[in-house]
Design a protein around this ligand. Sequence first.
Ligand SMILES: NC(=O)c1ccc[n+]([C@@H]2O[C@H](COP(=O)([O-])OP(=O)(O)OC[C@H]3O[C@@H](n4cnc5c(N)ncnc54)[C@H](O)[C@@H]3O)[C@@H](O)[C@H]2O)c1
Length: 349
Amino acid sequence: MIKAGIIGYGYMGHFHHDKMKCFREIQVVSAYDIIPAKRQDAFEKGLAVYDNLEDFLKDDLDLVVIATPNQWHERYAVAAMKSGKNVLCEKPATMSVAEMEHIMDVSHETNRFFTVHQQRRFDPDYRVVRDIIKSGAIGNVTTIESRVLGERGVCFGWRADPEYGGGMLYDWGVHLIDQILQLYPDERVTSVYARVLSVLTPAVDDFFEIVLMFSNGVCAKINVGTFALQKLPRWFVFGDRGTLKIDDFSGKNGGAARIRGDVRGFESVVGQKVLGPSRTMAPLKPEYLEKIDIPDEEDMSMAFWTNIVEAFAGIGQLNVTQDQILRQMKIVEASFQSAKENKVLVVRI
Ligand SMILES: NC(=O)c1ccc[n+]([C@@H]2O[C@H](COP(=O)([O-])OP(=O)(O)OC[C@H]3O[C@@H](n4cnc5c(N)ncnc54)[C@H](O)[C@@H]3O)[C@@H](O)[C@H]2O)c1
């Protein structure tokens, strides 16, 4: 039986409580929160509640789940591991590379695990993109565009405050960076260029664009904004034999097509008046194209937590490793630096 306690009984604290309740191997026993109403809420859900970290950590726990605003992650993770607990931390793991390295040292010294809730690795839209790229169906990939655009123009709650580690790069950014890095674990990022802007939220970034070049020549463009009133696809991938577009998080809407075996573009010009005089950009005849089926991805919404339970049972490795998170934090730091200096950083990450 895995005895678990939660730090921060807010939106994600509830999310994790609900997930853990689905496993008979986990018993959620306690919560620590600084706000009395949150503690009352946890108490009413049957948990022992604490208003300070020291007493919370005296409990006999196997796992501490950290779901506070971002600036607390490092110190709570370190304290939990030093008191003998394993840690599952919300993303972003930390605010910096140095903090992540500190966590790794403490994890090593205490022999406790530290992993991060990067569950968007299991999202269906991402798995469709990953599977079609890996299948080779669209040929060699040249550019991957990954974007998430909101309409409300707000960073919700503490996300609008830099003291709490607010801003979209620490929020959606780490998910989208993680997804891209998972596509190419054996390649290196060779350059980083980023624009990180405050468009409508003065104190933190609410819009960013990051361009990552990989050692295999693939370019990944990641874009997040809180305010866009027209739709762009969640994913757009250019290959040298085909193209993939995924419209939304369902992974079901969009399309993928490839050019037929030996067809060469200039053989297949179809006139189109609206285009004006161009053969280069004239569309292909439909018979030269073949549709690529978008795979129907299975529901993996429990996969992250299943992996945690299996890791405890010794029947699997943790899916989200510290080296992966360190790499991610290096990209985050390089992005902030590139934006500040307005230049392309040559890196090896
Ligand atoms: N993985 C994901 O998809 C995902 C989604 C949303 C949020 N998150 C992450 O989850 C974390 C929490 O976000 P949220 O949306 O649940 O925020 P929230 O504001 O809803 O909840 C935060 C909770 O932490 C408590 N808290 C604040 N400071 C504390 C402290 N010093 N000690 C103890 N408790 C404290 C608050 O009282 C609140 O109950 C953040 O790190 C965020 O980035 C992850």
